[in-house]
Design a protein around this ligand. Structure first.
Ligand code: EPZ
Length: 420
């Protein structure tokens, strides 16, 4: 399996261009199932998760051509509204086919995603919304079997502002009879982007990006041609990598309004961020940063997908930083590996206390989940010596050509065939 070798201690300088958003592309590829005909998507990142989603669409009988940054999907030949375990276990976001399959074909058989490294990740809210709109749901042998004779709009109160739950129910409601109101909906920019695409297809979705999303069902939707928004988490990851190496980097194609909470914490820590062209320029000095307090929360709060990256940055802060993870129950998998590199991190419940400044030393480390892997890459950029990161397939799920982009900024990083 591929691994990354990083020689740390080099400042990042130059320009990096952010790719399309993984967590926008995945629901949007599923939305293509709702229209008869070929949809074209642009600025789609070349990621493993995009390939996995395309494989799932093909499994159902759709055609899906992946030629990054272009992906086309034509669901005309779909004859098997099913998502098998071997695909769903690779990528939880496969559950996003539930809404469109039921809306379009009246039935779906989708493997329960099961847990993953960062938590149990239930989909009870997705299923509650399906039943509220008239679908009948049974769980057997690890699969969700759903049929729906006549979908009708309903008021659905979500117990938690689930991102993919909001997206699934939006895609279900657009073809249901009557009005649906989603209360306590997720606000993430990727939810807004999905609504933008659905409305371009002829849907009537209002309020996406707020607590209350209202959907008026329509009879049918048209194929779409759409360019995906940039990936705010990739952008945030590069901003942190620049600050971690006391660098000076222009992160192009970065919408700062999607990253306000991250930008605020980076500024509090002492990094300088200014808008420049289509992006943001970040500068940080070699002196210790200021420690910060972070609690992850649904958008527009501090994103859980940036928690691991900020944690490793705080190893460069002079004092104690406090980081509380409220979204997932097991999202400190990176701490053990960072400790092996010399980080001083104590965990009490869902809170990590990071003491600094602590120089990191290189080590051989193992990636466990997508964003934890990103924090290990940043640690490797900071550490004296040569760090090797194994199982980088986790990184390839969500970061396009990460070693190429980092090398273009002056990092000494290469990919090699690892032993495990
Ligand atoms: C989305 O996952 C993202 N994935 C995740 O990004 C992201 O970390 C997460 O939102 C939170 O922002 C995609 O968009 C493809 P949730 P999702 O449903 O939708 C609980 C990455 O790194 N919950 O908002 O699965 C759940 O257990 C990935 O790109 C229920 O209890 O997250 C969690 O504690 C990782 N019941 C919380 O809500 C449900 O029915 C938030 O989960 C659904 C969720």
């Amino acid at each position: 399996m591929d691994a990354l070798r990083i020689e740390g201690g080099h400042r990042l300088e130059g320009v990096v261009r952010i790719s399309g958003a993984k967590n926008a592309a995945l629901p949007i590829l599923c939305a293509a199932l709702l229209a008869d005909g070929k949809s074209t998507f642009r600025n789609v990142p070349a990621l493993r998760d995009v390939e996995t989603m395309a494989a799932l669409l093909r499994f159902m009988g759709a055609s899906a051509e992946v030629a990054p940054p272009i992906v086309t999907v034509n669901p005309a030949a779909v004859n098997r509204p099913e998502a098998p375990y071997e695909l769903v276990k690779q990528m939880r976001a496969s559950v996003l086919v539930l809404g469109p399959l039921i809306a379009r074909f009246g039935r779906a058989v989708v493997s329960l995603p099961g847990g993953c490294a960062i938590g149990e990740r239930p989909i009870d809210q997705h299923l509650k919304g399906l039943e509220a709109m008239g679908a009948s749901v049974t769980l057997e042998h690890g699969y969700v079997k759903v049929t729906a004779r006549n979908l009708r709009g309903a008021d659905v109160v979500l117990d938690t502002p689930t991102v993919t739950g909001t997206e699934n129910l939006m895609m279900l409601a657009v073809l249901a009879k009557g009005r649906t109101t989603l209360l306590n909906a997720a606000h993430e920019p990727e939810v807004e982007e999905l609504a933008r695409v659905l409305n371009k297809m002829g849907a009537k979705v209002e309020g996406a990006g707020t607590d209350v999303v209202r959907i008026e069902g329509v009879d049918s939707l048209q194929p779409v041609d759409h360019a995906i928004i940039p990936d705010r988490i990739e952008a945030g990851t590069f901003l942190v990598a620049a600050a971690a190496t006391a660098g000076d980097v222009l992160v192009e194609n970065c919408q700062l309004e999607h990253l306000e909470a991250v930008a605020a914490k980076l500024r509090l820590a002492g990094a300088g961020l200014v808008r420049e062209g289509t992006g943001v320029r970040i500068r940080a000095s070699a002196t210790p940063l200021r420690p910060v307090e972070i609690t992850t929360a649904p958008h527009p709060g501090f994103p859980t997908d940036m928690q691991a990256q900020l944690m490793v940055l705080m190893c460069r802060a002079g004092g104690q930083s406090v980081i509380t993870e409220t979204i997932f129950e097991n999202r400190f998998m990176h701490v053990g590996e960072l400790r092996r590199m010399g980080a001083q991190i104590d965990i009490r419940g869902r809170t990590a206390f990071v003491s600094g400044p602590t120089p990191l030393s290189s080590a051989q480390v193992m990636a466990t989940d997508l964003r934890a892997s990103a924090s290990l890459v940043i640690a490797g950029l900071m550490a004296e010596g040569r760090t090797e990161i194994l199982r980088v397939y986790h990184i390839d799920r969500g970061y396009e050509r990460i070693e190429e982009k980092l090398a273009n900024l002056g990092a000494k990083i290469e990919r090699f065939r690892g032993r495990s």
